[in-house]
Design a protein around this ligand. Sequence first.
Ligand SMILES: *Cc1c(COP(=O)(O)O)cnc(C)c1O
Length: 409
Amino acid sequence: MTDLTDIRALDAADPLAHFRDRFDLPEGVIYLDGNSLGALPREAKKRIADVVSREWGQDLIRSWNTNHWIEAPRRVGSKIAQLIGAKAAEVIATDSTSINVFKALSAAIDLNPDRPLILSETGNFPTDAYMMEGLSRLTGGRVEQKLVAPTDIPSALTEDVAVLLLTHTNYKSGRLHDMAALTKAAQAKGILVIWDLSHSAGAMPVDLNGCNVDFAVGCGYKYMNGGPGAPAFVFVAERHQNQVFPALSGWMGHANPFDFTDDYEPAAGIDRFLCGTPGILGLAGLECGVDLMLEADMAVIRNKSLALSQLFIDLVEANCPDVNLVSPRTPELRGSQISFAHERGYSVMQALIARGIIGDFRAPNVLRFGFTPLYTRFEDVWIAAMALSDIIRTGEWENEKYALRAAVT
Ligand SMILES: *Cc1c(COP(=O)(O)O)cnc(C)c1O
């Protein structure tokens, strides 16, 4: 299907098409990077302005009570829970994903104190392994990190492993792990399991409790459209919550923070995974993104995501020389992004961005395109694939201005 009339018919029949208007998208831009920074919901623009001018400006400190600021991490967490197959009281929106990885890891090694290894995979988004390394040093080497190739995970699940930390959707290739099978295999060996859902939450149905997951973390500013640096979330299965003494035992996770006692007493339940004062502006943006997502059916989002990405693969492979698919060819094995390798991927992506078609580049040679069904049209996919074809066929990317590396790729 390469005829534009057919493609417009797909948009006309799309049950999610009306969501596009709920975003404040720039004219003339095709945005295929919502997997890295989600677009701006119109509601978030209004809501954040209101939080700034009225709640902060006028109501000032009274807002912690009157505008329910103090409840925001719990309230937003309970909404995120609906997107990831968790109970309302198992998720809290707080801190960054990196910090939540640390909290989950430190909790897990505490629950499994006699085992020396924390296991993960090579080729993951680096912060997860970096946090493992920091924790290992902090424990004076009591736990050590072990990284194996993703395909070697099953054979590395041995009885000296305390915790397995995996990312559900790989950031670079979009490859999915089998959450149910790996969780089960690890738990059969007494290993606790942490899933990083950064590229899955808001992109596809996730069923943490259906998979009996122990801990999970994820990102608020990618598919959930929470805004730049939006708070992340942490999921802790109910059965573990009161067993854990938080490593980051900040006052907001205290049972009674406003008693100002000298000793730390963890709050009951998920609240003990709070640390310091929540960022209210960030939570306001995140809540709008999550509310919008909750209006749509995640199964419908997943169907459209797979249809958009398949169309992109078909069009690129039929029209663009010199690129190779990096993402799995089987739709069920990938997330909501498609990656192609090109020898000069950085320059090719800069040439695309110069035409208003925004994807991103991941070293050393990967062109990455995210498909966000709430605001991406089938026609956008067609235009992007044709532009990519044109840029490669004409050598437009060879202009030296496209070779200059920016700080953020
Ligand atoms: C994006 C991403 C993160 C982001 O971590 P921050 O602390 O928000 O910078 C973490 N893990 C994975 C797998 C990611 O893709």
